[in-house]
Design a protein around this ligand. Sequence first.
Ligand SMILES: Nc1ncnc2c1ncn2[C@@H]1O[C@H](COP(=O)(O)OP(=O)(O)OP(=O)(O)O)[C@@H](O)[C@H]1O
Ligand SMILES: [Mg+2]
Length: 421
Amino acid sequence: MAETLLAALDIGSSKIGTLVGIKSEDEPMIRIIGFNSTVSRGVKRGLIIDIDQVTASIEESVEKAERMAGHKITKVFVGVGGPHIASLNSHGVVAVSNPQGEISGADIERVVEAARAISLSQTKQIIEVTPREFIVDGQTGIKNPVGMTGVRLEVDTHIITASQTNLKNIDRALSLLGLDNQGFIFSAVAAADAVLTDTEKELGVVLVDLGGGKTDICIYVDGALSYSSSIPIGARHITNDIAVGLRVSLDSAEKIKLYVSQNFEKKAKTFKKDEELNFVQLGLPEHVTDVSLKTLIDGIIAARIEEIFKLIFDEIEKSEFTSNIPSGLVITGGGAETVGLLQIEKKVLGLPVRIGIPEGVTGLIDEIVNPQNATLVGLLIRGQDLIIDEKGFKNFDKILKDFSGGFNLTKVKDFFKQFIP
Ligand SMILES: Nc1ncnc2c1ncn2[C@@H]1O[C@H](COP(=O)(O)OP(=O)(O)OP(=O)(O)O)[C@@H](O)[C@H]1O
Ligand SMILES: [Mg+2]
């Protein structure tokens, strides 16, 4: 029974998360054996601003997760996000190497390489190249052309780029800790793998990862990743607004936000919004009185959430997929549980909306079944298909049959090389 140890690291603006799981040939799902979430230091809006601080935070989180798992971690899949993320769709064309024969894995590698050849600023690095569809001799909509016969092979790909400096800074922190980087994955794409259903991806959906310092989004159309972007505002801005609005410290504002979100989000429709809220149990140093749900939601929180939704809508319009997303928005990340969020979405955008809770793993999952850990769970789910080992043939099948979820050719490339004479 072959087992592979997998580990993921989510370097967020609020928390550093580490997740350890085991992929076994006998089990369909990854079994979680270790988890930790530690306060993040040295990260702002997805960018490393202090390598020493972030290294110390990563070390703390990884060590705690290792202790829980009872295994040493040596390699990790790493989630990245923030406004340094950009995306574009690129087309590639090649002649099939053996026009009498079948299209091979090598042809796919060449055509995707052709699509990948874009002019890129020196400060940017490609982190994802995902085929959206293949076209064989003019026939569009092909998901897996291997085995088909044709002369001309084309591909439409979605390419995600990130700031090279930021990626280098992350790698520096990892190397200081003796950790190997198994691949960068855009956090919204990782989260999508943990929370979206195949039907949502097929119909068209926007995944929103509302984190502490930024909001990452990606759009799936016809089952394929089609747009990725990030907005420099996150749930921490809501905390700031509460601190200013109620004249309390940021710590107190965060406690109030979490308390109200955890206790009133489900009751927001039925609870008397004018009733004064009692914060005594929070033990705040400030004396906060005369605050109702109405003051908090309508007076403070709504304005910021409306702003976030308007910026999300701008991104949807920029993507030109406005009429291709009948499944609406799936919101995940810590901010997804903010009190009043769903009602405000209905008012501002009016698209179908739900909160995305990570699924698709087993084992020690009590602590991780929470929108805040969607990226982390997705990193493991997505990462398992990127692992190249002697079981290559199994992965090869999986990758090409199942690529509507997308695959990362940077990693798969080496694997295909085995098939090139
Ligand atoms: N139950 C909750 N209700 C409301 N807000 C919450 C809840 N839990 C967490 N948050 C908020 O979510 C934010 C953190 O989310 P998350 O952990 O997804 O961020 P992150 O991944 O560290 O940051 P980023 O993705 O922006 O780099 C904080 O602002 C926190 O206040
Ligand atoms: Mg995050």
